[in-house]
Design a protein around this ligand. Structure first.
Ligand SMILES: [Zn+2]
Length: 214
């Protein structure tokens, strides 16, 4: 049996038995078919329901969408979308992002307590030509957003909290988390030696044209 079937067969069984939760079970199974991975909140829910119905599924097969840390090199701080557009444009961009994500975190599937999600800018770093280009905007819960900027979290005294969230979402041990963060900081140090040019053409699809001045 293929791995996908090893997951979908028990989920079909769960769908049949757990009649009160059919809508969510079907939604999560479909999300998995589309993305090939689950969000942390989906796994937590499904594992709980499967065990309630004593349906066996090898949990190690359930791949979780990984939360990554994206440290902005010290030489490009403040080079963000927000500082290149006016407030109403930024509000339009972030509100569209939230709506598309149904006000849920696009990594863990969760929602914040005080506010549900924040808008995160995804950057690609071209390490040859030193171009920092915008690749998209996604909705993240405040806890995942804090992990993205774990350096800032550390300065604010929330480093441990951020590390714990990173480990939880990815299902990593403390050692795995530490090893990953070490690599992240190494890349950050390397990138922080250079001046980066900002590339915001991703925004053109919204009719927003910016030629960043540095
Ligand atoms: Zn999240």
């Amino acid at each position: 049996m293929e791995d996908a079937e090893k997951i979908l067969t028990p989920l079909r069984e769960l769908y049949r038995r757990d009649t009160n939760n059919r809508k969510l079970i079907a939604e999560y199974a479909n999300n998995f078919k589309k993305r090939g991975v689950f969000l942390r909140s989906e796994v937590d829910f499904l594992v709980e329901r499967l065990s309630a119905h004593k349906i066996e599924l090898d949990v190690s097969l359930l791949q979780v969408k990984l939360l990554t840390v994206e440290l902005v090199p010290s030489t490009c701080w403040f080079s963000n979308v927000r500082s290149h557009v006016n407030k109403s444009t930024w509000d339009f961009l972030r509100q569209s992002t939230y709506k598309q994500a149904n006000f849920r975190c696009e990594v863990c599937g969760g929602r914040g307590k005080k506010w549900s999600v924040e808008c995160h800018e995804i950057w690609h770093y071209d390490d040859r030509n030193y171009i920092q280009s915008l690749e998209g905007l996604i909705a993240l819960c405040p806890s995942c957003q804090e992990v993205k900027h774990i350096g800032l979290a550390g300065i604010r005294g929330h480093g441990e909290r951020a590390e714990a969230h990173l480990a939880k979402v990815n299902g990593w041990s403390q050692e795995q988390t530490k090893a990953y963060l070490e690599k992240v900081w190494q890349t950050w140090h390397e990138r922080s030696h250079y001046q980066w040019n900002l590339e915001l053409s991703w925004l053109e699809q919204y009719g927003i044209n910016i030629s960043p001045k540095r």
